[in-house]
Design a protein around this ligand. Structure first.
Ligand code: IPD
Ligand code: CA
Ligand code: CA
Ligand code: CA
Length: 259
């Protein structure tokens, strides 16, 4: 395993322990609202700090972007992008579906990625050019070729409902009649890891942040899938608009959105 991926895995496991313990003792989460329907807990913050500490032990000069801590300036050639707890609403409500997401960008390109589900002990990893794995076994995106029969995931805008709900429902109603079924899991990182593992054929969401999708994007690319924005371009991290899935399904989804 690549040395930097190894550090990311260790950091994800440390965070995973904090999250799993926090999940067992949910009376002490100190939940705050960032805005309506958007929560952060003591555990999100502790997990993020633990990840940064662990990585800094090995790489004190690197730079960091974490959802809860913002930015740590450093060597910009090595930028860690961290979502310490993706799926906070599930976590707070006792739904056991959430993950740690850690990615490393090297000179602006995704280089290493980890998504770790501490409840199921599922560790999804990818290094650029070296495939994607689940608990050490190679994973691949599905070979779904068309929407018919496909299992997809998406999400609805829970923060800015007024502005974005209509568009979101419109996209849903274009795709839903044509596909097999659609899930809304509450964890973008796991949605993407599941696409990489072929459990889902595709996934789309608007309004994501880089930490929601960085590790997942590398997983899907290394699992032979496609990760694009809504124009079919390479800017999902910049635009926050993501369409991903098997190589044939993504063009089919993009076409359906336009109809
Ligand atoms: C959220 C989850 C959710 C997605 C949201 C994200 P958080 O991340 O990934 O599934 O629909 O867009 O913000 O806040 O739980 O880390
Ligand atoms: Ca959040
Ligand atoms: Ca997230
Ligand atoms: Ca989060």
């Amino acid at each position: 395993m690549h040395a930097m991926l190894n550090i990311a895995v260790r950091a994800a496991r440390v965070a995973g322990n904090i999250i799993a313990q926090g999940f067992e003792h949910r009376d002490d989460l100190m939940t705050e609202s960032k805005s309506e329907n958007d929560y952060v807990t003591r555990v999100d913050k502790e997990a993020e700090q633990a990840i940064i500490n662990k990585i800094q032990q090995s790489y004190p000069d690197h730079s960091f972007v974490g959802e809860e801590g913002g930015v740590i300036e450093g060597d910009d050639d090595f930028k860690w992008i961290i979502d310490p707890l993706d799926g906070t609403t599930n976590f707070v409500r006792g739904v056991p579906h959430f993950a740690v997401s850690i990615a490393l960008m090297h000179k602006g390109r995704l280089d290493q990625g980890v998504v770790f589900d501490p409840i199921r002990n599922e560790l999804f990893t990818a290094s650029r050019g070296a495939s994607a794995q689940l608990n050490g076994y190679r994973i691949r995106c599905s070979n779904a070729k068309e929407l018919r029969g496909s299992l997809l995931a998406t999400a609805f805008p829970f923060k800015n409902k007024e502005q974005e709900l209509a568009e979101s429902l419109q996209l849903f109603s274009k795709v839903y009649p044509q596909c097999g079924d659609i899930r809304r899991s509450g964890s973008a990182a796991l949605d993407m890891a599941y696409v990489a593992a072929g459990r889902l054929d595709g996934y789309w969401e608007k309004g994501l942040k880089p930490w929601d999708m960085a590790a997942g994007a590398l997983l899907i690319q290394e699992a032979g899938g496609l990760v694009t924005d809504f124009k079919g371009g390479h800017e999902p991290m910049k635009t926050g608009s993501l369409v991903c899935g098997s190589t044939k399904l993504v063009p089919a989804l993009l076409k359906t959105f336009k109809q």
